[in-house]
Design a protein around this ligand. Structure first.
Ligand code: DAT
Ligand code: MG
Length: 192
């Protein structure tokens, strides 16, 4: 008896939605998943941030991590590494012909670097803003380079300049297995 009543109620409610169901479906299926996936893709943008040997030697690693963490970005991978000549030639492939490149390579090999992958909405462009201009004297106060360094040859940090280069740099400096996919419990307090 109760089961029959439930079926009847279901039939009524199903009928109630029937006239609009094709319209409702076409709206909800085409609009909702698209915006949800667009948001997800955006929030999953990754950038390669590297603290150069001077940043490691001067003990600025914690401050730089803290800035990305408190901004709301998610730490996907991190390690220290002694960079090799080959690695740097690939990483700076656009600059190998520049007159300053030998000095840049020596500097980058003068001690360990700290390699990180940070993830979040517009992580690449925002990461670059957080770093500041290439020449620290042109960097705004409040940026990492603006706050901590003076010379272009000691500018303490690297940040990817495009999503395409970020993906190349992440693949160059990290094994796929070192990138950890995890969900932050704060995500709903960071993204609306
Ligand atoms: P960025 O690190 O801001 O992306 P870039 O990719 O043009 O800048 O250069 C890579 C690094 O090379 C930069 O952080 C410091 C060094 N560099 C760039 N231009 C230089 C120059 N004119 N003289 C000395 N070093 C330079
Ligand atoms: Mg660059």
């Amino acid at each position: 008896m109760k089961v029959a009543a439930l079926f009847a109620a279901f039939a009524v409610s199903a009928n109630a939605f029937a006239p609009t169901s094709s319209f409702t479906n076409s709206v909800s299926l085409s609009a909702a998943p698209r915006s949800a996936s667009a948001l997800q893709m955006n929030a999953a943008e990754r950038t390669y941030i590297m603290i150069k040997p001077d940043g490691v030697q001067r003990g600025i690693v914690g401050n730089i991590i803290s800035r990305f963490e408190t901004k709301g970005y998610k730490l996907v991978a991190m390690k220290t590494k002694q960079a090799s000549q080959e690695l740097l030639d690939t990483h700076y492939c656009d600059l190998v012909e520049k007159p300053f490149f030998p000095k840049l390579r020596d500097y980058m090999m003068s001690g360990p670097v700290c390699c990180m992958v940070w993830e979040g909405k517009e992580a690449v462009v925002t990461g670059r803003k957080m770093l500041g201009a290439t020449n620290p004297l042109a960097s705004e106060p409040g940026t990492i380079r603006g706050d901590f360094c003076i010379e272009v040859g000691r500018n303490i940090c690297h940040g990817s300049d495009s999503v395409e280069n970020a993906n190349k740099e992440i693949a160059l400096w990290f094994e796929e297995s070192e990138l950890v996919d995890w969900e932050s419990h704060s995500k709903d307090w960071i993204y609306e």
